[in-house]
Write a protein that binds this ligand. Structure first.
Ligand code: PMT
Length: 221
């Protein structure tokens, strides 16, 4: 068993949430802590990969031997991700990207003049499918966070987003998924799947990196 299974492989990982500005003091976001993505970055660096971690706002320290690019919004995360294309062979999208953003962020703090208000939202670009459909496409791994019909929705995303592998995450269970210290996932690819039972995110990340490395070498060598 070679513990440096990704020796010299250039890898980009997205992690954490994005924030979509409503006005200078408010935003739309989600409960991603970044723990899963940072654990993957640390495990990949331990496996010898050259890791760029593109991170939304989190409270976590950058793992050793990982270079971090800090971003706020989905658009920032897309720009930082596409900037690594041609320079990365493997891409793992663990970030919980906001699917929508306010159509226009107000220049000044919005005043509470009315009893109700609405915010027009527009779709954000899909980062992992932009990467997976690029001419300099790396081997591309996505996550699927679902609260129902986990495996069916995850397989749909694998196909629709043109991914090599998707990691299905049942986020209806608060013991795993968003902000939890543990996770349990099913890795799904075109002609197979594999369950990884509940364990700490660091240990699970090490198992995922082993699986991802096997897929990576099956695709590229
Ligand atoms: O950060 P933690 O607190 O540790 O929690 C970990 C996690 C639950 C966030 C993580 O394990 C996880 O499931 N990440 C994916 C969250 C998500 O937004 O999933 P999704 O099913 O909405 O998106 C599917 C895939 O498309 C993901 O790879 C996502 O990064 C990507 N995506 C989604 C929307 C978008 N605009 N661009 C994207 O690239």
């Amino acid at each position: 068993f070679n513990s440096r299974i990704l020796d010299g492989v250039r890898l980009t990982i997205t992690a954490g949430p994005t924030r979509e500005a409503i006005d200078p003091v408010r935003y739309i976001s989600n409960h991603s802590s970044g723990k899963m993505g940072y654990a993957l970055a640390a495990a990949a660096a331990d496996a010898g990969a050259i890791v760029t971690l593109i991170s939304g706002p989190t409270n976590l320290n950058c793992p050793e031997r990982v270079s971090r690019v800090d971003v706020i919004s989905a658009q920032d995360m897309l720009d930082a991700s596409t900037a690594t294309l041609g320079k990365c062979e493997l891409f793992i999208a663990c970030a919980a990207v906001a699917d929508y953003r306010p159509a226009k962020a107000a220049d000044q703090k919005i005043k509470k003049d009315n009893d109700s208000m609405h915010i027009d939202l527009v779709r954000n670009p899909d980062i992992v499918s932009t990467v997976a459909n690029h001419s300099e496409r790396p081997v591309t791994v996505g996550f699927a966070a679902e609260t129902q019909d986990l495996l069916r929705y995850a397989r749909g995303k694998l196909e629709r987003k043109n991914l090599d592998l998707i990691i299905a995450n049942d986020v209806s269970n608060s013991a795993i998924g968003f902000n939890a210290n543990d996770n349990a996932v099913t890795a799904i690819w075109k002609d197979g799947q594999c369950d990884i039972p509940q364990m700490g995110k660091n240990q699970l990340a090490a198992q995922l990196i082993t699986l991802i490395a096997q897929k990576f070498f099956a695709e590229t060598r």
